[in-house]
Write a new protein. Structure first.
Length: 208
């Protein structure tokens, strides 16, 4: 169950008190498991490492918010706005991020194992070192995304747009890439380990 007092600070927009609590409890992780924060706005707010596992966060606005090292396991973030959010090292295992806007967000070293990112927007995001094992990224927009050492083993990248993405050390073992889009210059030997490799849509540089 969520810590009701701390949850009230967020629900009521008492962010000064939230930050003050953090300053006096720097080694604690607020327990907001299962919290209902649907539709709330936290633009540019520091939420810190917080446990929001199984939380209801649909339509929440987390633009430029800081959630580094937070626990969002099984959280419902469908249609959430997370542009330029800091999710470095966060755990989003089994989270629902369908149609979420993660453009220019930082998810380096984050764990998105088995997460659902169907039709999610990840344009120009930093996914370096992140784990997407068995994740669903069907029709996700990954244009110009940093995918350095990103692990997509067994992930579903059907019809995903990877044009301009930096595929350096990217793991695609047994990933499904049917109909995915890439520039010819983005081709890498790692893609040959993916299923549906021969069905890739290869575009000339700058062709959208």
């Amino acid at each position: 169950m969520a810590d009701e007092q701390l949850l009230a600070l967020l629900c009521e927009g008492r962010f000064d008190e939230w930050v003050a609590w953090w300053r006096t409890h720097p080694d604690q992780c607020p327990d907001l498991r299962g919290a209902d924060l649907r539709g709330h706005t936290f633009v540019g707010r520091f939420l810190g490492p917080v446990n929001l596992s199984d939380a209801l966060l649909t339509d929440v606005d987390l633009t430029q918010a800081s959630l580094a090292d937070s626990l969002l396991v099984g959280a419902d973030l469908r249609d959430a706005r997370l542009q330029q959010a800091n999710l470095t090292g966060a755990s989003l295992r089994n989270a629902a991020l369908v149609r979420a806007d993660l453009n220019r967000a930082t998810l380096s070293d984050a764990d998105l194992t088995a997460a659902d990112l169907e039709e999610a927007a990840l344009w120009n995001a930093d996914l370096s070192g992140a784990t997407f094992i068995r994740a669903d990224l069907t029709r996700a927009n990954l244009q110009t995304t940093l995918l350095i050492q990103t692990n997509f083993a067994q992930a579903n990248l059907t019809e995903a747009d990877l044009r301009g993405a930096l595929l350096e050390g990217t793991v695609l073992q047994d990933a499904l890439v049917w109909g995915a889009h890439l520039f010819r210059s983005d081709m890498t030997p790692a893609l040959t380990a993916a299923k549906g490799y021969r069905s890739l849509h290869i575009h000339m540089e700058g062709e959208y």
